[in-house]
Design a binder for this molecule. Structure first.
Ligand SMILES: [Zn+2]
Length: 687
């Protein structure tokens, strides 16, 4: 009775009836790296976001929304599953896979008879990480992964993603649909096209936001026009915000201030909701229960999130505490792990230097009241500790000890350093954020073409913090770029010793060893990771390539088959399998696989390369030349192909056409591997 009385005090009007409607289509739009306050409908007066503003004006715009994570993959796992990362276990962008046993919006709606399609725009959402379950179509075609620098994620341009999603929706006829569109534009680097580049020259991030809004016009316009006749429930949110320099954080992933933890959330379905802007804080994990509830479907009993339908319909509800975390810097840099809890008006951040903010009095989190509000702090801390009791830990992959032991047996002696058991103030990200800026400098210098300066900068970072795997990864990448492949391998060995569970680094080490002609060593190191129950896809790809190089062909084929079992539409795995088949002269199988690869993704350099080999060997030089030209255009490191292309063009009497490829080979191929070829080509040029 008391609760009812309180609710009546807060909500004197007769509350609106909660509406539900089975069978509505669902459109989930997630815009990467979008701060709520970058949108017009959240009060920004200098950015033009007319489409999202209209959606918000006609729907329910939640004023205070917290993500649970500040990086892409875990955040989307929270949105799609309605569960905390503590439960589904995905804590960072790499090294984790969404567990097969956990239900998502896609698996539930699929079972309810929906056609389900996902259209994502960046590598952290690649199907290999497990969010594809339940989707009929999971379109993650992002282009050639060889283009994936250590620094930047492969991404697909928004217009293409939107177009593919619209085509798919249109093809579903009268079927009920669940469509997920993920757009990546606002993510760093900020390079909006014109006219947004000029219009937002002072703040290109906001230019990207305005551009992204414009991309949504064709999707949202018909829904807005339909009004109450529309039969689509739209959910628009972002996975996390962006620091933009506040609290010393330029991008996102380190801290969990509301600059990055705060996200927009709009529900639009005029048949269900009157326009409203509830002020109560809500969470990403509430999205799944809300959508299911709105469709009249059963919400899983043990769901962490809860339906926002009452709130969206104008009834009050006490806000639930909101768990959050930012663990990337702990996993990748060895810094102290950040977890926290927002409760009522307070937000507690659990770090060696604890932080407590009163979000009502101090929404920008500038006054840490941890030292004065000790009672509140202790209460929330205890509540957080109870939540964390259910945590299965943040270790990636399997038992650390076993991996270390096996690495040591391979001569990676230093791989015995134990993981840090205790973090001090020296490990607090607040003390270390300056290094994050330095790491950003490294990326900027590299992108500006100054590899030497980038190298110098990353070495400075490592002087300050020698045990930072992320910086070691950057150093290795730059060493390879500057031609020092042996140095790059040595650096990655240091990184893997610090962090044996980092499968990304293991895969990269394997790839660099392969490139150095040390495939035997690569196969041995990668065996540690490949023989697991749930191996990483890139580990399998690098190990397959190593095995193929040392003529363990059947094992190579089995390894690539495992990769394809994880990700059946992986164009590069198919190209690898085709290349191995070519190696054992199984031309029919090779050609079939390579053509399948290019049908999945026409930009896989490896497939063009191998198809060129088949064409050359079967007497079709023009076809070979066309494939090889494409291969070296897509991947400048295809030195064998450069060499073969130059030679073939010459043999065809096309000397002038051959010359640029031959020059490029002489200038860029690593002498350690191609000394003889470089010498013979030089000699031939002087003849
Ligand atoms: Zn993201």
């Amino acid at each position: 009775m008391v609760a009812i009385a309180v609710a009546a005090l807060v909500w004197p009007r007769v509350p609106a009836r909660v509406q539900r409607e089975p069978g509505l289509d669902v459109l989930l739009i997630t815009i990467d790296t979008l701060r709520a306050d970058a949108l017009g409908c959240y009060g920004n007066t200098s950015v033009e976001t007319p489409w999202i503003d209209r959606l918000a004006a006609g729907g329910v715009r939640f004023d205070q929304v917290h993500a649970q994570n500040v990086v892409t993959l875990p955040s989307h796992a929270n949105i799609l599953s309605g569960r905390y990362p503590l439960e589904h276990g995905v804590r960072d962008n790499s090294g984790f896979r969404f567990p097969a046993g956990v239900e998502t919006l896609a698996t539930i709606l699929k079972r309810a008879g929906y056609a389900t399609g996902a259209f994502v725009s960046a590598f952290p959402l690649d199907s290999r990480f497990g969010l594809d379950r339940g989707f009929d179509v999971y379109d993650d075609r992002l282009g050639d992964p060889e283009a994936r620098a250590a620094f930047l994620m492969p991404e697909r341009a928004g217009p293409r993603t939107v177009e593919e999603a619209r085509k798919w929706r249109a093809a579903q006829g009268t079927a009920r649909t669940f469509t997920w569109i993920h757009l990546y534009e606002p993510h760093f680097p900020y390079v909006p096209p014109e006219p947004f580049a000029s219009r937002y020259a002072a703040s290109p991030y906001h230019g990207e936001v305005a551009y992204t809004d414009s991309l949504l016009g064709p999707v949202l316009e018909p829904l807005l026009r339909a009004g109450k006749d529309g039969r689509t429930l739209v959910v628009l949110t972002s996975d996390h915000g962006e620091g933009l320099g506040e609290h010393g954080e330029k991008t996102h992933g380190i801290f969990a201030y509301d600059t990055t933890l705060g996200v927009p959330l709009v529900l639009y379905a005029p048949r269900l909701f009157e326009p409203r802007a509830p002020r109560e804080r809500v969470r990403h994990v509430d999205i799944l229960p809300t959508v299911l509830d709105a469709l009249g479907l059963e919400v899983p009993k043990d769901a962490t999130g809860r339906s926002l339908l009452a709130l969206a319909s104008g009834r009050g509800a006490a806000p639930a505490p909101s768990y959050f975390e930012a663990l990337s810097s702990s996993v990748n840099r060895g810094w102290a792990p950040l977890t926290g809890l927002a409760r009522d008006r307070f937000k507690y951040i659990d770090l060696p230097i604890p932080e407590l903010y009163d979000l009502e009095a101090d929404p920008h989190e500038t006054k840490n009241i941890a030292a004065t509000e000790t009672r509140t702090l202790e209460e929330i801390r205890a509540q957080l500790a109870r939540l964390r009791d259910a945590d299965h830990g943040i270790a990636r992959g399997q038992e650390d000890g076993e991996t270390r032991e096996r690495l040591r047996s391979l001569g990676y002696a230093s791989a015995t350093a134990p993981a840090k058991a205790r973090y001090t103030e020296e490990d607090d990200p607040k003390r270390l954020i300056g290094l994050d800026t330095a790491i950003q400098d490294v990326v900027t210098l590299y992108q500006g073409g100054d590899v030497e300066a980038a190298l110098a900068r990353v070495k400075e970072v490592l002087v300050q913090r020698p045990d930072m795997p992320l910086a070691l990864g950057h150093l290795a990448y730059l060493q390879r770029q500057s031609g020092d492949l042996a140095g790059a391998v040595a650096t990655l060995k240091r990184a893997i010793a610090l962090n044996p569970e980092d499968t990304d680094t293991a895969a990269l080490l394997g790839a660099y060893l392969n490139e150095s002609g040390r495939a035997r060593e690569a196969a041995a190191v990668l065996a540690v990771y490949a023989e697991r129950k749930d191996p990483d896809l890139d580990v399998l790809m690098a190990r397959g390539a190593a095995l193929a190089q040392i003529d363990r062909t059947q094992e190579a084929i089995a390894t690539f088959d495992r990769a394809l079992a994880i990700d059946p539409s992986n164009a590069v795995a198919k190209a690898n399998l085709g290349t191995v088949s070519l190696g054992i002269r199984d031309y029919a199988r090779a050609r079939a696989l390579l053509e399948e690869s290019l049908a999945l993704d026409p930009d896989v350099s490896l497939a063009h390369n191998a198809l060129g080999v088949i064409a050359a060997e079967t007497g079709h030089p023009d076809e070979a030349i066309a494939h090889w030209k494409r291969a070296v255009e897509l991947n400048p490191r295809e030195w064998d192909t450069l060499f073969n292309l130059g030679k073939l063009l010459r043999r065809q009497g096309r000397e002038a056409e051959a010359r640029p490829y031959i020059d490029r080979f002489i200038e860029t191929a690593p002498p350690a591997l191609y000394a003889d070829d470089i010498r013979s080509l030089r000699t031939s040029l002087h003849r």
